[in-house]
Design a protein around this ligand. Sequence first.
Ligand code: NAD
Length: 482
Amino acid sequence: MTATSYDTTLGLYIGGEWITDGREGEGVTDPATGQELARLPHATTADLDRALEAAERGFKAWRAVAPEKRAAVMYRAAALVRERADKLAAICTAEEGKPFAEAKGETLAAAQLIEFHAGEATRVYGRVLPRPVGTRSLVLQQPIGPVAAFCAWNFPVLNPIRKISPAIAAGCSVILKPSEETPGAAVEVMRCFQDAGLPGDVAQLVFGVPDQVSRHLLASPVTRKLSFTGSVPVGKHLLRLAADTVMKSTMELGGHGPVLVFDDCDLDKTVATLVAHKFRNAGQVCVAPTRFHVQEGIYDRFVAAFAEQTAAMRIGNGMDRATQMGPLANPRRPEAIAAMVEQAVGAGARLMTGGARAEGPNGAGGFFFSPTVLADVPLSATAMNDEPFGPVALIGRFGSDDDAIAEANRLPYGLGAYCFTENGRRQNRLGDEIEAGMVGINTVRLSWGDAPFGGVKDSGFGSEDGPEGLAAHMVTKAVHIA
Ligand code: NAD
């Protein structure tokens, strides 16, 4: 890690002005070393009120801007994100821990998402209904208004862009509160939009004590939409607050991705794909493959190959180009994972590899946990029911297709699900019957700019990305003219 990896000045962005000092705040930690990287100022109540006023003004002005002009600003912002990708990725790695190559991939995917939504801004169509000559009934799609958006720390570049892009493409203004643990990437993302010419009142960036900020923004009549990415309990709490003003909401909450691996899959390819995907971002991904249900005929071979490839993974500082898995993002995660692994082993699971906190490179400290594989995990184990959000693969066996589908649908989560089988009839059945917002069959890629991203059941509702992501920022109005 070099001193220049965290090349940013943290601050709040309100009404087109940066506030970088003179506020109470908190430290931002490098998870690979445990060292403080910088101090983050918190917004005061007066700052939040100014952000609301700016968002109100910004909405009135921005909704009147021609869609192709809104799109032009966004294309410029995407180009700046690409141009600054190395800087953004280095900040992302420094404050969140993921390997630099992953951070760079995240950044380039985020640029693509801005471009997708820029295009969608020019494709918001209404309808003209059949009526007698000389009369009309129109169905209009209009931007809903100022959006309060809150997002988690696991994708420091992508999460803020996923919130800002569809909102401003639709003609809304936005107040974004990213995670206080990964503020630097969000600050630099906001600078890209600012430098691209986004008017200052259209997007605001605030930080603070999460519960205080969200209560304040959601209680205001100015705010017309809530968009949240984070855990199920916090999502439910915010929905209760949003109910008071009957606020439209998009909820992207946690998951517990089932992976159904059938006897007829391409075993070598399946294992290699799943090991890489399981430990992406050290397992801290809402659509991470989590509980692996493997059919009896290939169970032993799957477990052996999965454990062998996992044990060979190189963990270390994300700025070291040889690193395949970095530290966990904060001290809460290794603690939670250690407790889950201990409980599962006590309940009868077999520890195949990993299972303990790991030393950082050169004894540098940090929040490391070795990539872990548990086999024969009983369904009663805590990790088989609660989202682990860390580098632990839980493996169990199944017999029939009916059993596999029942297991996939057993939990209240319904975000990402994965199936590996070469049988076409079975693929159709799995696509039809698995209760999830996204199902990958022989693939682990669920996130595409043009496809809806979101969950069902406790994993949330409303989609991000795709045309659905923009539609979530619109209201429908019927106009009848006699
Ligand atoms: P957490 O629930 O405390 O926080 C999750 C995120 O929500 C954080 O970014 C936090 O700043 C924010 N938050 C918390 N309280 C808030 C409030 N009252 N108002 C607004 N924002 C608030 O959990 P954590 O320990 O940071 O993360 C672990 C859990 O979060 C995981 O178990 C996982 O379920 C979930 N998570 C989900 C996603 C996702 O993409 N769906 C991403 C990150 C974390």
